[in-house]
Write a protein of this length. Structure first.
Length: 166
């Protein structure tokens, strides 16, 4: 199992906005959600766990189960293993193309080049990560990914209002 975070290019708030701790997806945010949930149809052994779309990033738990063989007889041909990098690349490619089609901005980057990954190693860690993902919209005002949240002198985050060009 892997916990992944994928941020938009320049951390632009293109996926939606927060309203009273509830996420309201834009059309791009709806595309992202749809592309995420379609991934298991493209990769055998891929399962998805908790997931959330935020204004400028997504968090999700990806489970890769690479089955080799069938029953008691191993497969004659070596099964091709799906990697996390391949899944993330596909997600970024599929969603980026659809978002660019919608905005008529073919070829423009939608996602940052890299992504954050963390191997989930225990049930306790899995519970904590699931809770973090679930609570993310409620905690947006103090989220380091929120451009309106700035680090306070005490090390926490404060929310700063700003005008956004529309």
């Amino acid at each position: 199992m892997y916990f992944v975070t994928i941020c938009t290019q320049g951390r632009q708030d293109i996926l939606g906005e927060m309203a009273d701790a509830l996420f309201q997806p834009s059309k791009s945010g709806a595309i992202v959600r749809e592309c995420w949930y379609e991934l298991p149809y493209h990769y055998a052994g891929l399962e998805l766990d908790t997931f959330v779309v935020m204004p400028n990033h997504v968090h999700g738990i990806v489970v890769l189960r690479n089955f080799v063989g069938a029953g008691f007889k191993p497969a004659l041909a070596k099964a091709r293993r799906t990697t996390l990098a391949e899944v993330v690349r596909a997600f970024k490619t599929f969603s980026g193309r659809k978002i660019n089609e919608l905005a008529n901005t073919t070829g423009s980057p939608v996602w940052q080049r890299g992504y954050y990954e963390h191997i989930v190693r225990s049930e306790k860690s899995l519970r904590e990560i699931r809770q973090y993902i679930t609570d993310n919209p409620r905690n947006w005002s103090v989220d380091p990914e929120n451009p309106a949240a700035v680090k306070s002198e005490e090390g926490g985050f404060e929310t700063r209002s700003y005008e956004r060009d529309t």
